[in-house]
Design a protein around this ligand. Structure first.
Ligand code: ATP
Ligand code: MG
Length: 237
């Protein structure tokens, strides 16, 4: 469903992604890991359309989307969350989902919004002000609900588990598993916590300095000397 061929992204003199080749199927749940600054969010930005590749191509459902605008990609079925939750200010939780639906397939469907709110355990918060009325965990749930409201076939989750305490993390991990099963969509998730990502994903892709250095099951990937070195190297940097 998603295919990156030789994707390179440069910001001035900085190469954030270098010759990235990557494919994933529509039913996969894939973890994307790597040290700070490795290029993970940039990869999401390239797929969702916030940045354009300097070189290479991005294909989605057989169509070259490398140069398609953000909203076209959203309508084709690419949904995402942001590393820092970005609720629309002065709108309620429900109104945020209305905006997301308009951005997605264009139609507002309140029954579907109710379903998504219930699924993400946000029904009680539906009429609250999103920017000020929510705890961190609720904000993260809203981020996911917003992405789901665009009706994605591929969901990109950028550190939705980061900053949560252990119980909240467990709850969220179970929720993502359920989401993957129930909505039958592909999920690519960025997460630093190795234990969490290993529990959630059967396939892990590791980025380091903008390059894919490993791709496989958690067992194999997290025992790979190059992966261990990339993490310890970053810790010493
Ligand atoms: N719009 C931009 N303009 C210039 N440089 C950028 C831009 N976006 C990202 N970068 C740089 O590209 C590199 C990769 O950044 P990116 O945010 O993709 O890393 P990351 O793997 O998501 O890191 P983290 O784990 O800290 O979130 C970094 O050096 C970053 O400073
Ligand atoms: Mg990031």
């Amino acid at each position: 469903m998603l295919r990156l061929d030789n994707v390179t992204i440069q910001f001035g003199g900085l190469t954030a992604l270098k010759d990235v080749d990557f494919t994933m199927g529509g039913d996969q749940l894939v973890g994307l890991v790597g040290p700070n600054g490795a290029g993970k969010t940039t990869l999401f930005n390239a797929i969702s359309g916030l940045v354009r590749p300097t070189q290479g191509q991005i294909g989605f459902d057989g169509v070259d989307i490398s140069r398609k605008p953000l909203y076209t990609r959203a309508r084709m079925g690419i949904g995402r969350t942001f590393q820092i939750p970005q609720p629309m200010h002065e709108l309620t939780v429900r109104e945020n989902l209305v905006v997301a639906q308009r951005f997605g397939n264009g139609k507002v469907d309140h029954a579907r919004i109710d379903e998504l709110l219930a699924f993400m355990d946000l029904s009680a918060q539906a009429e609250r002000d999103a920017a000020t009325g929510l705890a961190l965990q609720e904000l993260k749930r809203l981020e996911v609900a917003k992405a789901l409201a665009t009706e994605p076939k591929l969901l990109l989750l950028d550190e939705v588990l980061a900053g949560l305490e252990t119980n909240a993390k467990r709850y969220f991990t179970a929720k993502l598993n359920e989401l993957h099963r129930r909505f039958k969509i592909g999920i690519l998730i960025i997460e630093h916590d190795i234990e969490t990502i290993s529990t959630l994903c059967q396939r892990i892709v590791v980025l380091n300095f903008g390059q894919v250095i490993a791709d496989g099951t958690p067992d194999i990937v997290f025992r790979d000397p190059a992966v261990i070195k990339s993490y310890t190297g970053a810790a010493h940097a």
